[in-house]
Design a binder for this molecule. Structure first.
Ligand SMILES: Cc1cc2nc3c(=O)[nH]c(=O)nc-3n(C[C@H](O)[C@H](O)[C@H](O)COP(=O)(O)OP(=O)(O)OC[C@H]3O[C@@H](n4cnc5c(N)ncnc54)[C@H](O)[C@@H]3O)c2cc1C
Length: 427
């Protein structure tokens, strides 16, 4: 049985039993391929709508990005509202934004309904600016209240200094409805609920072939097969070449996290809030306290190649110390990376490309709320309950640009870093 990678989440996992490997021939209304939070949420929502479900995961449930991320659950997508409105129109963009808020509420609702203490949900996020940005942040606060009745609070530099002792920061928006949590424990708890509702979950069961042209789809693993009326591909940044149409529509992008050693007093000299923090740079850092303030979980940076995590841990640590010089000397306990999937338009890829063949992926670095709403609208689409998934149609399966697309992403990130640097220098 494959194991989880070493990470904060693996070390604090409250796991259920390992699930069996698929063997023999099975049947269900729907087969889900990929056991990250997109697949798990879709499976759960389908069961709640009365469909039978088999979920096949190549490694362990939430082994990919879903079980190793920053754990920040907040509204929005990986691209800006303005960009979404430019492509799909202002009304559709507003509707999509509302759905992104609903994604946050789905997770909060599951945690409450299933009484998930182990998900360790802690309320509040702070979006901090590293340059003078009061006017724009207050305009953003007012816009969220007016358009979406969504309340966030503006924090001045003085107020922010009480929470984050860093000369880098100017102002922030505090979101009390957003939160952070333990995504791997959350995923495990959802899988337990899937099984309680009669869903079948198989681990160590990579789908090796998918025959999807006939009304009954046939998915094969090394030791078994599943026949289903509908299939949903939710393989994220680990999609590979199983379905050529999907393989050509996303780019796998690596991103990184570290966990510091336990040093409560030193850490409290820098970070004095339980909220999760993310800065508003294009190439941002995000971090939060864990274990009651004993340690910091710090994430940031992207690359298009899988680089050596040890060197990257040092680069990440330097970013942390650049923000908080008082944390010099704080050691890294463990660092890890994970793959996100990005479409060229940076929006989720959600829809149906043949009758009964669904995809739900491309959530980028904003995947907690969006996998929740993505999984839900796909389940509703399959069950014929709503066609809300169509609101993602303006962001279809566009070609990722191949090797040139990969190079372009890396160049864009470096360009963003340069722009961030210039913006801070000017401020
Ligand atoms: C380090 C890191 C930090 C992040 N921080 C945040 C954050 O704080 N907040 C936030 O909102 N988002 C964050 N994200 C993004 C978020 O984690 C992802 O967008 C989201 O988890 C994607 O979920 P998914 O289900 O689409 O994919 P994944 O969770 O990657 O799941 C895909 C699964 O499919 C399986 N699979 C692949 N091929 C097959 C096959 N042929 N057969 C069977 N199974 C298969 C894989 O094994 C994998 O388990 C972060 C991502 C990373 C990597």
């Amino acid at each position: 049985m494959p194991s989880y990678i070493d990470s904060y989440y693996m070390r604090t996992l409250q796991a259920g039993p390992a699930r069996p490997c698929l063997s023999g021939a099975r049947e269900a209304d729907v087969c889900i391929v990929g056991g990250g939070l997109a697949g798990i949420t879709a499976a759960l929502e389908l069961l709640r709508l009365g469909r039978s479900v088999i979920l096949l995961e190549a490694k362990r449930v939430a082994w990919g990005a879903s079980g190793r991320n920053g754990g920040v659950v907040s509204p929005g997508y990986s691209t800006s509202f303005q960009q979404i409105a430019r492509t799909s129109g202002a009304d559709n963009a507003k509707s999509l934004y509302r759905m992104s808020i609903e994604g946050v509420q789905i997770i909060a609702g599951n945690i409450q309904q299933l009484n998930m203490q182990q998900a360790q949900a802690i309320p509040g996020t702070l979006r901090v600016s590293r340059y003078e940005n009061s006017e724009q942040m207050q305009a953003q606060r007012d816009w969220l209240a007016q358009e979406f009745q969504y309340q966030v609070a503006f924090k001045s530099r003085e107020e922010l200094q009480d929470m984050l002792v860093s000369a880098r920061y100017r102002q922030a928006l505090y979101d009390p409805q957003a939160f952070h949590f333990h995504p791997l424990n959350y995923a495990q708890a959802l899988v337990a609920e899937i099984e309680r509702l009669g869903g079948q979950v198989y681990e160590d069961s990579e789908v090796l072939s998918a025959a999807c042209d006939l009304p009954v789809k046939l998915l094969k693993t090394a030791q078994g097969s599943v026949k289903a009326g509908a299939v949903v591909f939710t393989c994220g940044g680990y999609t590979g070449n199983l379905v050529p149409k999907l393989a050509g529509s996303y780019l796998p992008i690596a991103t990184y996290m570290l966990l510091t050693e336990a040093a409560k007093t030193q850490i409290a000299s820098a970070i004095r809030t339980g909220a999760a923090i993310g800065d508003s740079r294009r190439a941002s850092d995000y971090y939060r306290l864990v274990d009651g303030g004993e340690r910091i979980l710090w994430g940031g940076m992207i690359t298009t190649r899988t680089s050596e995590p040890r060197r990257l841990a040092e680069v990440l640590r330097k970013r942390m110390v650049d923000t908080y010089p008082q944390l010099e000397g704080l050691k890294v306990d463990v660092a890890w990376s994970g793959l996100m999937s990005y479409a060229r338009h940076l929006m989720p890829l959600i829809g149906q490309f043949k009758p009964g063949v669904w995809y739900c992926m491309g959530f980028g670095g904003h995947g907690m709320n969006t996998t929740a709403i993505g999984g839900k609208v796909v389940a509703q689409g399959i069950a014929g309950e709503t066609d809300r998934y169509r609101q993602f149609a303006p962001f279809g399966l566009v070609w990722n640009g191949g090797a040139a697309g990969t190079a372009a992403v890396q160049m864009t990130y470096w360009y963003y870093q340069l722009m961030d640097f210039m913006q801070e220098r000017r401020a």
